[in-house]
Write a protein that binds this ligand. Sequence first.
Ligand SMILES: *[C@@H]1O[C@H](CO)[C@@H](O)[C@H](O)[C@H]1NC(C)=O
Ligand SMILES: *[C@@H]1O[C@H](CO)[C@@H](O)[C@H](O)[C@H]1NC(C)=O
Length: 346
Amino acid sequence: MFSTQFVLSFALLLSLPLLFLFGPRILPPKHVQISLTDELDDLALFHRATLASLHPPGSISRLGRTNPKPKIAFLFLTNTDLHFAPLWERFFDGNHHLYNIYIHADPSVKLTPPGGVFEGRFIGAKKTERASPTLISAARRLLATAILDDPLNLYFALISQHCIPLHSFKFVYKSLFSPGSSRHSTRYRSFIEILSEEPQLWDRYTARGKNVMLPELPFERFRVGSQFFILTRPHSLVVIKERRLWRKFRLPCLNTDSCYPEEHYFPTLLSMEDPTGCSHYTLTWVNWTGSTGGHPHTYQPAEVSQDLVYELRASNSTYSFFFARKFSPDCLIPLMDIADKVIFRD
Ligand SMILES: *[C@@H]1O[C@H](CO)[C@@H](O)[C@H](O)[C@H]1NC(C)=O
Ligand SMILES: *[C@@H]1O[C@H](CO)[C@@H](O)[C@H](O)[C@H]1NC(C)=O
């Protein structure tokens, strides 16, 4: 007896070679693709982290009795050495029970493993590339790993190897967790830039082709913002659970000049899910004056001074900037010189 099941399987089997024949023509050529294996790996990780959050392990009730303090998860996203590791080391010094560190380092780059507080803090990483959705995946991997690792991680700060701290750890911690930071509501907010009126927004929206983002994402809801954010735990969970927008944002760009998926995915998603729970500004300063090829101004050693630190801290929001980028690696020495006297003295 021919069952419909058999016919169906046969039809599927027949269609496989067709997929190989026409697949390459349907898919746009030459761009970095996230492989199915990588995608499934990530989904499994995100799923584990989501489940762990629903059913926190017994340890949390045990911790509950000792009234532990919430922690900040620092998520370092890099494809080179962590040039400013000694500066960050001094930033973290003496606060070990208030933070965790996680590093996503592009595995195709050979880097010198940093010691001290960074030792053994590398997470399962995959290749990252500019103008591709791989930077979104890397950030989500960091968020999921940090959620899974420690239920006390309540804030998640994304940092790059070009970022430096502008304040002491105590200042950052107090600003995030003090009652003042949730003045406008009873819950903590995420600090993520969300902008809707930027030049070239349309080019960025159509970078994967016209109408490709529809119907999930009409242009009116498309947002842009700095890649570097500080998210709350509930928002981090929203980000790792999300699938609908990701299916669009993971598509390769046809126009790589307008392709910055990581500057769009997070602000767009959070502005759709919880606009009032977000600051709409970032706490990581960046200097776009005189930028070239999508890269902001990179500070050089001669520019490093006490005045620069004070200047970069100044913001128009409730908070002064916590971090700044981009700094060239050889700024380490002048920065270390003013670390205790200026940067961490507040
Ligand atoms: C921003 O960068 C420009 C050079 O591109 C520089 O002249 C300016 O001083 C920088 N601004 C700040 C606040 O550092
Ligand atoms: C603050 O606002 C003033 C006036 O709009 C502007 O000139 C300045 O660049 C702003 N500063 C920052 C750090 O955004």
